[in-house]
Design a protein around this ligand. Structure first.
Ligand code: GLA
Length: 727
């Protein structure tokens, strides 16, 4: 049993293989958080201390006990209005304009299996793999019922959280803030690790000590964003990749979000994550229900690599779905950096012919095949094939690509419309614009109101009509601007539109997933602007960044790996000089870096030299050889490429008998000192044979002192070093 209720102590304890989470219903019915950490037995309420603390009020029902204050006690779901002045998980405005809420325990239920959330992505698991706890809290003055959901995946060391809010009263209320999960820590000194960035430079690593403040990250863009990843990690100061306590909160949602880490007046830490509240005001009429998106929690005392691996396994096996959850993805060539908008059917067939010679398995026709679209100023919304530009029908193109032995995929951007399009001429009111105001344009496009079912239905039908024209095995779903000018003509309550937009997006993707179960959908938002676990429920891989420079990608993929598995990271070999940075790197290095992801190419294969073509053929073979290890093995970050001269990472098989070490020389200097890369996750007592040299190494030595990376490598050079267990 992973979930235990102790009737006497009134504790609810969630055990995973290595961790324990405990809460307690106290004498007044408040649900207090007691513990989250390494697996532990017994009741942890001895951790709570009570003092008379000035300016920290006391609930009325504690009488004259001035030592009892919600301002100091650790809580599961802190709401505004019961005397806790820290940041709240729930803020409710009532019909009379007051802000008040006071949730008390009513009942709970322990169930087999993992709960799901209507219309929202969520971790899934079989009845044997998971259990669910539902704790019902209620405020019967305002008529609010909150059901806190906890999913426990024992083997994976994962606990998920979500909340269902229901208006059980008779008056309308507004949800002004709903954080999906809160972690209160009574003690401990933490660093917060988060991932910031910008377009073409996503998920940079940042580690800052938690201080007296409320540190906030998030997105007001309607998407999870390039600017901050919806992931918070708390690590004790001493925690490293290999050891120490750390906690992760990974938000399973693709819209705006808010992550907060606050150190309070008593040096206690509160971490929360949930939907962005600044433009959120969700109405609940009597009987209405609201579901908060899910948060994946995990913790370990074995360091950050282990923490990431817990998230990787959870996303790989319990978020990603469909055929391509487990199947190795086809190696693709994408037309974008090969020819941008300048292509026709014949040029694509030529690209496919080169691809086929190299062993590449799929051609993706990127932006520019529909409507009137020869640049990015027109055409979005007109999802019909531009046969004049292609010089052939989609069916004919698809047939010719398949005849070359390749699969075929196309690019779409369903959420968008250009003013210069037939769709906009017909339905200008379908685009977000505020009455009386000119909208903010971005990439010269506007955002369709996906909170409206009629809009989603129409675009869905148009896209299906295209998909049904040819054998299309892959769809790249793009989204190339941040949302603004949010106004929906079909509702009075504009504060719900952004949330409903995300539900509309998920509804569309769910329908596609069901109608085309064998189609691989790759997510994208100007690269990695919507790279989140919510999208991964529908799109098991996401284009990680519009930056294809191998050296920059080492850093972007390093940051990405903290929260997300390699199997979700879209990564391609592109031309040099690189189109984003102008840097030239060897083709071998571009291959090594792209192999830390779902591998592919994005360049004009016809322009390559004979040697480069040979190298690509070799790379594709090599990827096939290692793909299972890369997708299913444990991934280890071995250096920090923001600080070190060498970027290094390894894939280690579950059985610890195969290791693929990848090394990229990021910097070289005169009279260079030797870098030693230390491996991880090997068996110390096992001997490992390096394939290239045949040399045999001790697992312990490879982990303790490492392997020298010789300066002869040269700047931007790389190696893939494969070890197997020596018998
Ligand atoms: C975005 C994507 C690119 C490409 C273009 C097409 O920027 O990230 O990969 O598809 O759109 O317009």
């Amino acid at each position: 049993m992973s979930i235990i209720f102790d009737n006497e102590k009134r504790t609810l304890t969630l055990h995973t293989k290595d961790t324990t989470y405990q809460m307690q219903v106290d004498a007044y019915g408040f649900l207090l958080h007691l513990y989250y950490g390494n697996r532990a037995q017994g009741c942890m309420d001895y951790l709570l201390t009570y003092h008379d603390r000035g300016f920290s009020g006391n609930p009325y029902d504690v009488g004259r006990d001035r030592t009892y204050s919600m301002d100091a006690l650790p809580q599961e779901f802190p709401c505004y209005g019961n005397g806790d002045y820290r940041s709240s998980a729930l803020v409710v405005q009532n019909e009379n304009g007051t802000y008040s809420c006071d949730l008390r325990y009513k009942t709970h239920e322990i169930k087999k299996g993992k709960y799901s959330l209507p219309g929202l992505p969520a971790v899934y698991a079989s009845e044997e793999e998971a259990q669910t706890l539902e704790v019902v809290l209620e405020d019967n003055v305002i008529g609010m019922e909150a059901v806190l959901y906890y999913g426990v995946l024992e083997k994976e060391n994962i606990i998920t959280r979500s909340v269902r809010l229901r208006n059980v009263g008779s008056q309308k209320m507004y949800l002004e803030k709903v954080q999906s999960a809160c972690l209160d820590f009574l003690s401990g000194k933490f660093d917060v690790i988060n991932f910031y960035g910008r377009h073409a430079m996503e998920r940079n690593f940042q580690r800052t000590p938690v201080a007296h403040s409320n540190m906030v990250i998030g997105s007001r863009r309607g998407t999870s964003s390039h600017q901050y990843s919806p992931l918070l990690i708390l690590a004790e100061h001493k925690a490293t990749e290999k050891q120490g306590s750390c906690y992760a909160m990974n938000f399973v949602y693709s819209g705006g979000f808010k992550g907060e880490v606050e150190m309070d007046q008593f040096h206690q830490t509160r971490a929360m994550i949930g939907i962005q509240d600044e433009t959120f005001r969700y109405p609940l009429e009597a009987g209405d229900v609201f579901f908060a998106p899910e948060v994946i929690l995990t913790c370990t005392n074995k360091g950050l690599n282990h923490l990431s691996q817990n998230l990787h396994t959870c996303i790989r096996k319990h978020i990603c779905r469909g055929r391509y959850r487990d199947e190795v993805r086809p190696v693709l060539v994408n037309s974008w950096e090969a020819s941008y908008f300048q292509f026709d059917g014949e040029s694509l067939c030529r690209l496919a012919a080169h691809a086929s010679e190299a062993g590449i398995e799929m051609l993706v026709m990127d932006d520019g095949w529909f409507g009137k679209r020869d640049d990015d100023n027109s055409g979005l919304g007109d999802w019909y094939v531009n046969e004049k530009k292609l010089g052939m029908s989609l069916a004919e193109l698809s047939r010719r690509i398949h005849a070359l032995g390749l699969k075929f995929g196309i690019w779409v951007e369903p959420e968008m419309v250009n003013e210069d399009s037939d769709l906009y001429q017909k339905h200008p009111d379908w685009a977000f614009t505020i009455p009386g105001r000119k909208p903010v344009r971005a990439r010269n496009q506007l955002v369709l109101d996906f909170s409206r079912k009629d809009v989603v239905d129409y675009i869905y039908d148009q896209i299906c009509k295209v998909l049904d024209q040819g054998e299309i095995e892959y769809l790249k779903w793009d989204m190339n601007r941040s949302i603004s000018d949010v106004y929906s003509a079909v509702t009075k309550d504009q504060g719900k539109v952004l949330y409903d937009y995300v539900l509309g997006l998920y509804d569309f993707l769910e329908r596609l997933h069901n109608r085309y179960p064998d189609m691989l959908i790759e997510g994208c938002s100007g690269g990695g602007g919507r790279f989140d676990a919510g999208m991964m429920y529908y799109t098991p891989q996401i284009w990680c960044s519009d930056n294809t420079d191998a050296i920059e990608r080492v850093r972007i993929q390093y940051g990405t790996s903290f929260g997300f598995p390699i199997s979700t990271v879209g990564s391609h070999v592109s031309a040099v000089p690189n189109h984003q940075t102008g840097r030239s790197t060897p083709i071998g290095t571009r291959g090594t870096v792209a192999m830390a992801g779902t591998f592919g190419y994005e360049l004009d294969l016809g322009k390559l030299t004979f040697e480069e073509k040979e190298e690509i053929r070799r790379q594709v073979q090599s990827y096939h050889r290692f793909a299972a290890l890369i997708m299913n093995g444990n991934y280890f970050r071995l250096t920090n490429p923001f600080e070190e001269e060498v970027g290094a990472w390894a894939f280690v098989s579950e059985e610890q008998d195969q290791v693929l070490l990848n090394v990229v020389m990021l910097e070289v200097h005169g009279n260079m000192t030797t870098n030693y890369v230390r491996l991880q996750g090997l068996k110390p007592e096992t001997m490992y044979r390096e394939e290239g040299s045949g040399r045999v190494y001790s697992g312990a030595a490879l982990m303790e002192v490492g392997i020298p990376i010789l300066m002869e490598f040269g700047e931007y050079q790389s190696r893939q070093i494969y070890f197997t267990k020596a018998d």
